[in-house]
Design a protein around this ligand. Structure first.
Ligand code: FEO
Length: 401
C-alpha cells in the first residue's frame, strides 16, 4: 500500500450524539463504482457505532479496500458485541470478516434474506450470524435498536435500523449519496440532495414501487436524523424524504431526454434541429452525446422525464454500440417515461429501430415515431422532426416543469 494511502486511512471517529459515533472512510479519489457508475464527487463508506450501558453494536462496515480505516477506529472503541449487516453488498459488508476476527464474541445480525448472501459473498460462518425479524428490538442498555425491514433498497435483503432514544434511522444505501466531504451533516446543502438523486437514479429507480412502502415506514418513524452509509447524515430529513416522494411518484415533467451519438454529423444535425424545435414549443430538453456523457447525469434526467428520444447512426445494420449500451441501461433502470421515439441515420440500410425497440421491454411507453434518414438530413427530414416536436408538445400538455 502506498504511504499516502496509509495516512489517508487515519481518519478519526466522529461523535453524532452521546453513545453514537460515525466511523468509516471518506473516499475522495474513487471515480467509478461497480466498474460502471461515475463518481464525480467521490464517496464515503459510513459505519456507526452505538454504545449502550451493557452492549455495543456496529451498524454496517466498510468497503474491503479500506478495512484498515475501520479497524483503526475500532481499536480505540472497546468491545463490539453485535455487527448489524443492513446490506450484504461488499462496500458495506466487505470488512465484516475482519471486524469479527477482531471481536471473536461478536454476532452478525441481519435479515433472513441477507444471511445466505453474507455466507456466499464473505464466507462468514453460519454460527456467527443471527437473523432478525421486522420490528424486532435489541436492547443495548439505554439504547434500543429496532430493525425495520426495507427490501429492495436496492437488494432484496436490505433493512434499516432505528435507534429509538435518539430518533436516528440508520438507512445504509437508502437515502445515500456518493459524496466525499468532511461535512458530517447535510444541512440544507442542495449538492447533497443532487448527489442523492444521482444515487437514486442509478440504483434505486428500478424498485420505485416497493420503495414507496419503505418511505412510508420511514415517514411514520419521524426521524430526527437519517444516517445513510454513503454521504452526509440528514439532519433535516424532510428535505430528503420529500425528494424521494417526488422521485418515486408517478409524476413526470415536461422534459425530453435525448441520448444520442453521431458518426458523420447526420444524427447530430437531426438532434440539434429537434432540440431547437422542442424548445420553441416550450418543451424542456436534455441532450446527451453518449461519446462523452456522464451516464449518471443521463440516469438523473430519466427520473423526471416524460419522453425519451433515442438518436443513433447505423453500425453494421444496428444501432451504434454506445446507443445499444445506453438503451439497455435505460431499460434496466425502468424510469417512469410515458413516450419514446427513435431518430437517426444510415448509409445504405438499417434495422436500428427494430433492434432498439427490442431492447426496451420494461419501458411502458407510447411510441411516438421512428425517423431514420438515409445520408444527410434534408428539408423533408427536418419537416418530419418538426412534426415529431408538435406531437411531443401535444402529449406533454398539462405537464409541469
Ligand atoms: Fe452501497 Fe448497495 O451498496
Amino acid at each position: 500500500m502506498k504511504e499516502s494511502r496509509k495516512k489517508e486511512l487515519k481518519m478519526k471517529a466522529r461523535k453524532i450524539c452521546d453513545g453514537v459515533q460515525w466511523m468509516g472512510f471518506v473516499d475522495w479519489n474513487r471515480r467509478l463504482f461497480d466498474s460502471l457508475i461515475p463518481l464525480p464527487d467521490g464517496t464515503s463508506y459510513n459505519a456507526y457505532l452505538v454504545r449502550g450501558a451493557e452492549k455495543t453494536a456496529l451498524v454496517d462496515a466498510v468497503d474491503p479496500a479500506v478495512t484498515d480505516a475501520l479497524l483503526g477506529q475500532l481499536a480505540d472503541a472497546g468491545r463490539v458485541d453485535f455487527v448489524i449487516a443492513q446490506h450484504a453488498e461488499q462496500d458495506h459488508s466487505g470488512a465484516i470478516p475482519a471486524v469479527l476476527a477482531m471481536h471473536p464474541q461478536a454476532v452478525v445480525l441481519c435479515t433472513p434474506k441477507a444471511k445466505p448472501l453474507l455466507m456466499d459473498h464473505l464466507d462468514i460462518p453460519e454460527a456467527r450470524i443471527r437473523t432478525v425479524a421486522d420490528g424486532e428490538e435489541l436492547a443495548l442498555g439505554g439504547k434500543t435498536l429496532r430493525f425495520v425491514h426495507t427490501p429492495w433498497v436496492h437488494w432484496p435483503e436490505t433493512m434499516c435500523t432505528w435507534l429509538a432514544e435518539d430518533r436516528i434511522l440508520f438507512s445504509c444505501d437508502f437515502f445515500g449519496s456518493h459524496l466525499a466531504t468532511t461535512d458530517l451533516y447535510a444541512g440544507d446543502n442542495p449538492a447533497v440532495c443532487e448527489a442523492a438523486k444521482r444515487y437514486y437514479a442509478e440504483i434505486m429507480m428500478p424498485f420505485r414501487a416497493v420503495i414507496r412502502e419503505n418511505v412510508k415506514k420511514v415517514r411514520a418513524l419521524q426521524p430526527r436524523l437519517i444516517a445513510p452509509s454513503h454521504g452526509p447524515v440528514f439532519d433535516r430529513p424532510e428535505c430528503i424524504l420529500s425528494a424521494y416522494e417526488d422521485w418515486i411518484s408517478d409524476r413526470v415533467s415536461n422534459l425530453v431526454v435525448i441520448p444520442y451519438i453521431s458518426m458523420h454529423g447526420s444524427t447530430e444535425a437531426m438532434v440539434r434541429h429537434l432540440v431547437s424545435a422542442l424548445a420553441e414549443r416550450g418543451v424542456k430538453v436534455q441532450a446527451f452525446d453518449l461519446s462523452v456523457a456522464d451516464i449518471g447525469k443521463l440516469a438523473m434526467a430519466l427520473v423526471d422525464a416524460a419522453t425519451v428520444v433515442i438518436g443513433t447512426p447505423t453500425v453494421h445494420v444496428g444501432p451504434h454500440p454506445s446507443v445499444f449500451s445506453a438503451t439497455h441501461l435505460a431499460n434496466a433502470l425502468r424510469p417512469k417515461l410515458k413516450f419514446a421515439a427513435v431518430i437517426g441515420s444510415y448509409g445504405w440500410g438499417t434495422k436500428a429501430v427494430e433492434q432498439i425497440s427490442a431492447l426496451i421491454p420494461n419501458l411502458k411507453v407510447e411510441v411516438l415515431g421512428a425517423l431514420m434518414c438515409k445520408g444527410r438530413p434534408r428539408e423533408d427530414t427536418f419537416a418530419a422532426l418538426d412534426a415529431l416536436a408538435d406531437t411531443i408538445r401535444d402529449k406533454h400538455a398539462g405537464l409541469g416543469g
